[in-house]
Design a protein around this ligand. Structure first.
Ligand SMILES: Cc1ncc(C[n+]2csc(CCOP(=O)(O)OP(=O)(O)O)c2C)c(N)n1
Ligand SMILES: [Mg+2]
Length: 272
């Protein structure tokens, strides 16, 4: 992957993170760690993979701030829109609403439904012989939902290669480790048995995501990318910890997290 492309993606991800940190601060809201976990995946899909007409479904709707910030990054939302996050009468609710915002065609947040939505969209595109792709970003905790497995069966059965499933595999869910709450491993083997081309990627690393993208392009069956991530990535105090999920952002947290995120960004830039 070219250095300039990586640099551009790092800049975009940093800008997206700065914006959503400001949103969480203004709203005194939680889910900071959930957005930090998925920020690079969203950045990569939107700015280095999907075409303008493709669909992106953020099934883990509690990371809505990350998708709103991405939409501001590409100019679909304005910085004034962003200021309404969490406020009364806003469309920029804690979870994405249905049909109010460009690129957000469905409401998500009730976990376990995004992949079914992607499957339906994928089949519709296949029947129309369209080359439109559908990118679905799920969490790992929501793999506990039976509906996800039903969607997986459906995608494999209809060989919906136009659906790309990226899983934010941070190994934590709402109340503990995924392996303690309801064991998922060996996840790659389970997904392979369901009929997927399974790729394991580093979800905070653009070169690794690029490798996954190239492997997906060569597959004759649908792809599921298990993206290894860290909840609360860069936020030193709570990185990899459950508290990064619900802890509401307080004003004094903001400066610390922003500084941590900036250190991580500078480190990554210096390694290019
Ligand atoms: C069906 C459903 N059950 C419960 C919740 C409440 N909830 C919000 S986030 C979350 C768990 C988050 O863990 P995970 O799904 O792995 O997301 P991530 O780690 O990526 O933040 C839960 C249980 C929900 N939104 N939907
Ligand atoms: Mg998780």
């Amino acid at each position: 992957m070219e250095k300039s492309v990586q640099q551009d993606l790092l800049n975009k991800a940093f800008s997206i993170k700065k914006r959503f940190l400001g949103m969480y601060k203004a709203a005194n809201a939680g889910h900071v760690g959930c957005s930090l976990s998925v920020a690079e995946i969203i950045t990569f899909v939107r700015f280095n993979w999907m075409k303008d007409n493709d669909e992106i479904i953020l099934s883990k709707g509690h990371a809505a701030a990350a998708i709103y910030s991405m939409l501001a990054e590409e100019g679909i939302l304005s910085e004034d829109d962003i200021k309404t996050f969490y406020k009364n009468n806003t469309y920029l609710a804690a979870h994405p609403p249905v049909n109010k915002i460009k690129r957000v065609p469905f409401a998500t947040g009730s976990l376990g439904h995004g992949l079914s939505i992607a499957a339906g969209l994928g089949l519709a595109q296949k029947l129309k012989k369209s080359d439109k792709k559908v990118f679905c970003i799920t969490s790992d905790g929501e793999i506990n939902e039976g509906s996800t497995w039903e969607a997986a069966l459906f995608i494999a059965h209809h060989n919906l290669k136009n659906v790309v499933w990226l899983m934010d595999r941070n190994r934590l869910q709402g109340f503990g480790l995924t392996e303690d709450v309801m064991k998922l491993e060996p996840l790659d083997k389970k997904l392979e048995a369901f009929g997927f081309n399974v790729i394991i990627a580093e979800g905070h690393n653009f070169a690794s995501l690029e490798e996954a993208k190239n492997k997906a392009a060569k597959s004759d069956i649908p792809t599921a990318i298990i993206c290894n991530t860290t909840k609360g990535r860069s936020w030193k105090l709570y990185e990899g910890k459950l508290d990064s999920h619900y802890l509401p952002m307080k004003d004094d947290h903001y400066d610390v997290i922003l500084a941590d995120v900036e250190i991580d960004y500078n480190n990554q830039i210096s390694k290019l």
